[in-house]
Design a protein around this ligand. Structure first.
Ligand code: PBG
Length: 325
């Protein structure tokens, strides 16, 4: 028995009515492109596990950013790939370090056209691959790390970052950085907090992209969150907002839609989501086999992330999808 009044298909009958009742938008200005700049290369180098994504030179980085702006992507998140690493990750805050040089070049070229975010972490710069200072017993020293994050924030802010984005999951990192920036008269520089970051196997291709291997088969489970849990996500987000975060982030994205939806419910700052390297690589791998339509799946996933409540999405698909939006 079909009830005459119960015909949901009326609202799906034509493209016109479908677009009228469409609830979720995805615009190119909702996308943030993660970009890599590498030392010691003289031309862009494709990352094997992230096809279509490159380690850039400063000049190809400027060119890539120009192309992104032309298709309406107005925000980037910059990562550095240094040639040399050491125990404390000193390359992260070197005033003439590659990320700092790149931030200056981008700021000079694009000014306020671009939201220039800078990933703030030590793992790309440490020889042990951890996101902080490692003690003799192998544990990560939270408070010693905060001092280095504060230094790195100052270097990035002075170089031209409009927002710094601490991703190391140390307790108190947002507060330590906010305090350091304010003390140096850099109060206009914002903080995008990687607040909810799970210890995920989906970061694999990223670690290839930045040449990071964690020493002695280690992992990040003493600082990144356990994926069995959701309640500490609330605690992490509220602490970061309290400490001065301008935006919070949930990472990864598609595997954590429940977390995005929950965080969206109780915060009043923008909630970003990071569609991470493994999420990108899985789609590209299947698409390259001809098993799925990669762009269609990417679009479906990114809309799902917005539907769950994300204000904006970091995605390696930014440049490829923006022209289709
Ligand atoms: C840490 C950092 C990571 C990512 C962003 N910032 C790696 C990690 O925590 O091991 C992963 C991003 C991705 O997988 O796309 N600097």
């Amino acid at each position: 028995m079909v009830f005459p009044q119960s015909r949901p298909r009326r609202l799906r009958a034509t493209a016109a009515v479908r677009s009228l009742v469409s609830e979720t938008t995805l615009r190119s200005s909702d996308l943030i492109a993660p970009l890599f700049v590498a030392e010691g290369i003289d031309q862009p180098r494709e990352i094997p596990s992230l096809p279509g994504v490159f380690q850039h030179t400063v000049s190809s980085l400027l060119h890539e950013t120009q192309k992104l702006l032309e298709v309406g992507v107005r925000a980037v998140m910059l990562f550095g790939v240094p040639l040399t690493k050491d125990q404390t990750g000193s390359g992260a805050w070197a005033p003439d370090g590659l990320v700092q040089q790149s931030l200056s070049a981008l700021r000079q070229e694009f000014g306020d056209e671009l939201v220039l975010m800078s990933d703030l972490c030590l793992d790309e710069y440490t020889d042990h691959g951890h996101c902080g200072v490692v003690r003799d017993d192998g544990s990560v020293d939270n408070d010693a790390t905060l001092r280095l994050y504060a230094r790195t924030a100052l270097a990035q802010a002075r170089a031209g970052a409009t927002m710094v984005a601490p991703s190391g999951m140390m307790d108190g990192q947002v507060g330590a950085i906010r305090e350091a920036l304010d003390a140096e008269g850099l109060s206009e520089v914002g903080i995008v907090a990687y607040s909810v970051k799970y210890a995920s196997a989906l970061y694999g291709p990223f670690r290839d992209a930045v040449n990071v291997a964690i020493a002695d088969g280690g992992d990040r489970r003493s600082y990144q969150q356990d994926f069995h849990n959701i309640h500490d996500a609330r605690r992490e987000v509220l602490l970061d907002i309290d400490e001065g975060a301008d935006m919070v982030m949930v990472k990864p994205a598609v595997t954590y839609l429940d977390v995005i939806a929950k965080v969206r419910e109780f915060v009043d700052v923008p909630v970003l989501a990071y569609h991470v390297s493994g999420e990108y690589a899985m789609i590209q791998a299947a698409a390259r086999q001809g098993w799925i339509d990669g762009q269609a799946v990417a679009l479906e996933q990114l809309v799902a992330v917005r539907r769950a409540g994300a204000t904006a999405v970091l995605t390696y698909f930014a440049g490829e999808l923006a022209p289709l939006l």
